[in-house]
Write a protein that binds this ligand. Structure first.
Ligand code: GLY
Ligand code: MN
Ligand code: MN
Length: 496
């Protein structure tokens, strides 16, 4: 706890020895700890091995990160760093300040050690008196033994961390995921500089580790794909609850917030929460790509673009968009736009297969978008489909679809973000990659270049696919996708 917080803490607490003794007495014994490993523990050794092979002889430090102050003495809900989650399998229930260390072995490879703040005895002052970490305030933590059984990793008390990570920091290259835990980064920088490293080279060494942790997640193992499917299935529960409640959202006013709340309720109920702030964008708001204010009305006749995903307890998230007619029926103009986006998405999904590059998915989808814009006469005079697709002299279509069609998806909604262009955009798709396919068309209400009938409508259709040996499997195939199917889906749910 920082000094300011201590000073600002003006609530008196009993401090007599008698009181402390009284509080520590007469508690039933703790229940037994875990006797079996978590399912994920069968998969994390291969992930750590892959990282180990990239950095032979180096000590690798991957922190979960600490609590972040929201205001005064109130913290945000803790979410561990994605690299830590991936390498340990410790996810929604991870303890703040935990750190995974991969210690290089003499022969080859690394030994993993997980440092964390374990369960404190009731006699410990912390139990009753520490509102940030104490069991009485925030709940019980696992013991060292318990967590070792669950994750299959040697565990040690957090108080031993600094002596370990700084040991021989001159002779051993120590690499740290820097953005996870600012305080640890400062401490370890101090130690490393003292041992002769210069700030620039250690930042370079660290960046290579962070990038490697990101790249490692480009392909998902079978367990991860299973988690992605769970996330998608949980997301469908949320979408269907929203559809069921759309009339209520219209009736109440400020319907976008109602939609956000209904989806958020199910995200919290089904999993850890939303994987990113839900975009609940009705009418012209759909044309603001990152509309997360969600302050608007839902009006009959408008479209609702709902881009939302449940993050399950393993912290894998879905990322799905459906564009729904608030009234349950698309107008002719809305359907025209919708069908164009759907055709683009079909082309993108067809291109999501091994042998193609990641960027081919976008290329396939955007060509269809460009064809429709050309057919509608929206491109500048003299510019045809090839003309607008020309990367240096064209790109006029981007006025109506400025974003990419795909991104990798996993523990982060925009997963693997530190991979280079060669490893990401230009890389060949291989089985186990999970990506979104999400073309859209956005016609702003004040866009005088588009026919009046299109204005004020934005459409995106987003599905999550996993690359297979001969193509891809749509994890969100259970979400109706054609205009007819969406209408039938809404009618079915709303007549229940
Ligand atoms: N929801 C963010 C995205 O679709 O990328
Ligand atoms: Mn999305
Ligand atoms: Mn997305």
């Amino acid at each position: 706890m920082s000094e300011e917080q201590t000073q600002a803490d003006n609530r008196p607490r009993p401090t007599t020895d008698q009181f402390r003794e009284f509080v520590a007495q007469d508690w039933a014994p703790r229940p037994p700890g875990a006797s079996t490993a978590d399912e994920v523990a069968a998969y994390t050794p291969a992930r750590r091995d892959a990282l180990s092979q990239r950095f032979p002889g180096d000590r690798l430090v991957v922190p979960a990160g600490g609590l972040k102050v929201r205001s005064n003495d109130t913290d945000y809900v803790f979410r561990p760093h994605s690299a830590f989650v991936h390498l340990t399998g410790w996810a929604a229930d991870a303890e703040p300040d935990a750190v995974l260390v991969l210690e290089p072995r003499e022969d080859a490879g690394h030994d993993p050690v997980l440092y964390f703040r374990p369960m404190a005895p009731r006699e410990d002052e912390e139990f009753f008196a520490d509102p940030r970490y104490g069991e009485y305030w925030v709940g019980v933590r696992p013991t060292l033994e318990d967590l070792a059984v669950r994750l299959g990793i040697e565990t040690r008390h957090l108080s031993e961390l600094d002596a370990h990570v700084g040991k021989d920091a001159g002779a051993t290259t120590v690499r740290l995921v820097r953005d996870a835990d600012r305080e640890l980064t400062q401490r370890l920088d101090g130690v490393r500089v003292q041992e002769g490293a210069d700030q620039e080279s250690l930042a370079e060494a660290d960046d290579a580790l962070a990038a490697a942790c990101s790249i490692l997640r480009l392909t998902k193992d079978a367990w991860e794909v299973g988690q992605m499917q769970r996330a998608v299935d949980a997301t469908k529960v949320g979408f269907e609850a929203v559809i069921a409640d759309l009339p209520e959202a219209v009736r109440r006013g400020r319907g976008e917030r109602w939609v956000e709340g209904v989806f958020g309720l199910h995200a919290r109920h089904e999993g850890n929460g939303v994987g990113y702030d839900s975009i609940c964008a009705a009418g012209d708001h759909a044309n603001t790509l990152h509309w997360i204010k969600n302050t608007g009305e839902l009006r009959e006749g408008d479209l609702l673009l709902l881009d939302a995903g449940v993050e399950v307890d393993s912290l894998f998230t879905a990322d799905v968009t459906r564009t729904l007619p608030v009234s349950g029926r698309f107008s002719d103009a809305q359907r025209e736009i919708y069908d164009a986006v759907l055709a683009a998405q079909e082309a993108g999904i067809a291109a999501a297969r091994p042998g193609n590059r990641f960027s081919d998915v976008h290329a396939a989808a955007i060509r269809v978008i460009a064809e429709h814009l050309h057919a509608w006469g929206l491109l500048p005079e003299g510019v045809d489909v090839e003309g607008t697709l020309d990367p240096s002299t064209g790109q006029y279509h981007r006025r109506w679809m400025v974003h990419g069609t795909s991104h990798h998806l996993g523990i982060d909604v925009h997963d693997c973000a530190l991979a280079t262009r060669e490893e990401y955009m230009d890389a060949e798709l291989v089985p186990g990659m999970v990506l979104t396919v999400e073309p859209g068309l956005y016609f702003k209400a004040d866009d005088l270049k588009v026919p009046e009938r299109f204005r004020g409508n934005g459409v995106r259709i987003e599905d999550d696919v996993v690359i297979t040996e001969d193509g891809c499997r749509n994890l969100s195939a259970d979400f109706p996708r054609t205009a007819d199917d969406v209408e039938a889906w809404m009618a079915r749910i709303q007549s229940r």
